[in-house]
Design a protein around this ligand. Structure first.
Ligand code: IPM
Ligand code: MN
Length: 365
């Protein structure tokens, strides 16, 4: 919790650190290093309480989300997660899979609103498989519903059949639509609701509820509807036309990986998963990348941009968020990039050091 003993705006925060698996600990380390630099440069005090999640937690305790981790999050302003998963746990039964730690923390803390900003940057245009002229002015926010749909519906399987129920309630759709409406009001005031309403009943409920919420509570926001198959195409042909893209859990998962290619690498995409109480879980969109783990090749920018989102959305440190993002963009302009983007790329720790140096240089100027 924020320290109330400070008369000025509190500058002291508690964050649960969840390094996780694969490259998770490497990018987490980068976040810790940058946060400690921000203590010097901005007087920001973030006390990190490191806990287990995912495969690391299974190995240590048998449980992908131990009770101690949940307790630590309850006593924190935010949680910062590296990544979970890896081939060594692939054969595990469903209740002992690393991903379950992530799904359970989302459910436990009601993190229904997942924000995945997709912003292209001119100095990275060349890394996208898309034509350069399509990448200018891309600035879209994917708002993915995160605690409903087929991820959390009833599931079963026997040898011959399996089922994953996709279920949504009016309230689940309404609350994430409100979140999207508020975000749209701070942007270009346009929402594209992505669904499959020509086939799915859940999508028809989404359309009815979302349009009612927007009409009644956000009269200044425009909402259009788009089928998910068409949206997948338009993301590639005219990505700059989107402002806020609102969608259900599984569609949002798929579209956000697709959209990441506009920015050049999955290693650049941050995310925030929020509830109604300003608590958030912040994590890079990329996974645990076991193939490059432990080699110093991990791209830390998605994690560092997730730190910026944490500063903005859970800690209320807007100026600091902007300052960190500016340092990151400067590094991009100077070609300080990891090996996913250039063959002769920098290591994770070199990139981290460069971001730290920028923070220090700016604080002195
Ligand atoms: C994501 C990931 C997760 C998801 C997995 C690891 C369960 O792909 O955060 O996008 O599907 O939500
Ligand atoms: Mn995903």
């Amino acid at each position: 919790m924020s320290d109330p003993s400070n008369n000025q705006k509190s500058r002291s925060f508690r964050v649960t650190g969840l390094p996780g698996d694969g490259i998770g600990p490497e990018v987490y380390e980068s976040a810790c290093s940058v946060l400690s630099a921000m203590e010097e440069t901005h007087g920001l005090q973030v006390k990190l309480d490191e806990q287990l999640i995912g495969g690391a937690a299974i190995d240590a305790t048998g449980d992908p989300l131990p009770a101690e981790t949940i307790e630590a999050c309850r006593n924190s302003d935010a949680a910062l997660l590296g990544a979970v998963g890896g081939p060594q746990w692939d054969g595990n039964p469903a209740h002992r899979r690393p991903e379950l730690g992530l799904l359970r923390i989302r459910a436990e803390f009601n993190l229904f609103c997942n924000l995945r900003p997709i912003v292209t940057h001119p100095s990275l245009h060349g890394f996208s498989p898309l034509r350069e002229d399509r990448l200018n002015h891309v600035d879209l926010m994917i708002v993915r519903e995160l605690t409903g749909g087929s991820y959390f519906g009833k599931k079963w399987r026997n040898d011959d059949e399996a089922e994953d129920v996709c279920r949504y309630t009016r309230e689940e759709v309404a609350r994430v639509t409100r979140a999207a409406g508020q975000i749209a009001q701070c942007r270009d005031k346009r929402i594209t609701l992505v669904d499959k309403a020509n086939v799915l009943e859940t999508s028809r409920l989404w359309r009815a509820v979302a349009s009612q919420v927007i009409e009644e509570e956000f009269p200044d926001v425009q909402m259009e509807n788009m089928y998910v198959d068409a949206a997948a195409m338009h993301l590639l042909t005219r990505p700059a036309d989107f402002d806020v893209m609102l969608t259900e859990n599984l569609f949002g998962d798929i579209l956000s990986d697709e959209a990441s290619m506009l920015c050049g690498s999955l290693g650049l995409l941050p995310s925030a998963s929020l509830n109604d109480e300003q608590f958030g879980l912040y994590e890079p969109v990329h996974g645990s990348a076991p193939d490059i783990a432990g080699q110093g090749k991990a791209n830390p920018y998605a994690m560092l941009l997730s730190v910026a989102m944490m500063l903005r959305h859970s800690l209320g440190c807007h100026g600091e968020a902007v300052a960190l993002e500016e340092c990151i963009h400067e590094c991009w302009n100077e070609g300080i990039l990891t090996k996913d983007l250039r063959e002769d790329g920098y290591s994770t720790t070199e990139v981290t050091a460069a971001v730290r140096e920028k923070l220090v240089a700016h604080s002195k100027s």
